[in-house]
Design a protein around this ligand. Sequence first.
Ligand SMILES: Cc1cc2nc3c(=O)[nH]c(=O)nc-3n(C[C@H](O)[C@H](O)[C@H](O)COP(=O)(O)O)c2cc1C
Length: 389
Amino acid sequence: MSLRYLTAGESHGPALTAILEGLPAGLALDETIIAADLARRQTAAGAGGRMAIEKDRAAILAGVMEGQTTGAPLAVQITNLDHANWKGREVPAYTIPRPGHADLAAAIKYGYDDIRPSLERASARETAARVAVGAACRALLSNFGIRVGGYVVAVGGKTASLSGIGFEDRIARARESAVQCPDPAAAQEIELLIEAARAEGQTLGGIIEIAAQGVPPGLGSHVNWDRRLDARLAQAVLGVPAMKGVEIGDAFNNTAVQGTRAHDAIYPGQHGLERRGNACGGIEGGISNGNTVWLRAAMKPIPTTLQGQESVDLATGLASHSRYERSDVCPVPRAVIVLEAVVAIVLADALIEKLGGDSIAEMTPRFATLKRATFEGARMSGKPHLFWP
Ligand SMILES: Cc1cc2nc3c(=O)[nH]c(=O)nc-3n(C[C@H](O)[C@H](O)[C@H](O)COP(=O)(O)O)c2cc1C
C-alpha cells in the first residue's frame, strides 16, 4: 500500500480529522479544491436537517506549503458547526437500538450502557472526512488525466434508462439533477418517491454507478488476492456505511449469458489492441486493462426512520420502537461523491504503487511510458518455452 489514511471524529464532536500519508510532493492542492467536493456531499436532494446546519470546509493543517503538497502527511480538519448546539447539553440516554444501524452490535461489542458512543462514530458524518481525503486523491488523478465520476442509477426500485449514453454524458447530466440521476424522467419520479417517503416517515435506498476514465493499464495485480484492483475497490465501496453490494462491470448480467458473450473481445485496431466492449469494468485478473473502470454499489434504505421500527429498550428489556433523531430520507444522491472519493483513493494508491516516485516530477515521465503500453507493450516473440525443466 502506497497511500494510507485514517479518520477520527464523532458526528457531534468538535471536528472531523483525517491524515493521508503517501501523496507525492509537488501536487497543487488548496482548501477550495476540497471544498468543492464537500459541497457536493451536502447539497443533493434526500438530505435531512443536519445538512442545513453544516457548511463544511476542510482546513489543511499539514502537508501543503505554498499551494503544493510537500510529501509529508496531509492533515485536514472539518469543524462540526452543530457541536456548538450539543456542547455541555445533557443528552438523554439512548437505549433503543435501531435495526440496521451499528447500535445493538456495537453496544454488545463495547459494553456500552448508552448507544450514543457508537451512534456518534458510526454516523455517516464521518464520510465528510473521506470526501476530503478523496478530493486530494482526485487532484492527483486529474493531474494524470484520470477522472472519477458517478451518478444515481436507481432509487426505491425506479431505474434510470441509460443505454446509449456514454459515461461522460451520464456524469455531466447527473450534475444537473437534484437527485444526481442522468435520466430526467427517472429523476423526476425519484424526486417524487423521496418526497412520498419523507411524508410517510420512511427511507429509500438505491444503486450508484461510478466510472473512472483515463485509467492506464497496469494498476493492481493478479499475483496476490490483496493486490487485485477489483478486490481493493470492493473493500473501499463496502467500507462506506449502508453500502451492501458491489458489482464490478456487468458482473450480475454476465451470470445469465454464455462465456463468448460475457467477455470483451480483443482485436487489432487502429490504436493497437482494442476491445469490443467493457463488461469486465476495465479490470481483468485484478489489473486495470486501460478501459474505463466502472462499478455499481447497492445502498440500503437507511435505518433511522421517522416511522419507528420494532425493537427492544435495552434499559428495561421490554418491546419498544426505535426513536427518530434528525436524519436523511434518502442519502443515495449524497453518497455519489462519497463513492467517487473512496474509488479515487484506491486508484491513487494503485497509481502511486505502479509509478513509484516521491514527486509529481518523478511520476510524470513514468506515466507517459505507461500510457504507451498498448499493443507494443504486449508484443511477444511467439517462441516455445520450457517452464519448470
Ligand atoms: C452519505 C450517507 C448518509 C447517511 N445518512 C444516514 C442518516 O441520516 N441516518 C441513518 O440512519 N443512516 C444514514 N446513513 C447510513 C448509516 O450510517 C449506516 O446504515 C450505519 O452506519 C450502519 O452501517 P451499515 O448500514 O453499513 O451496516 C448514511 C450513509 C451515507 C453513506
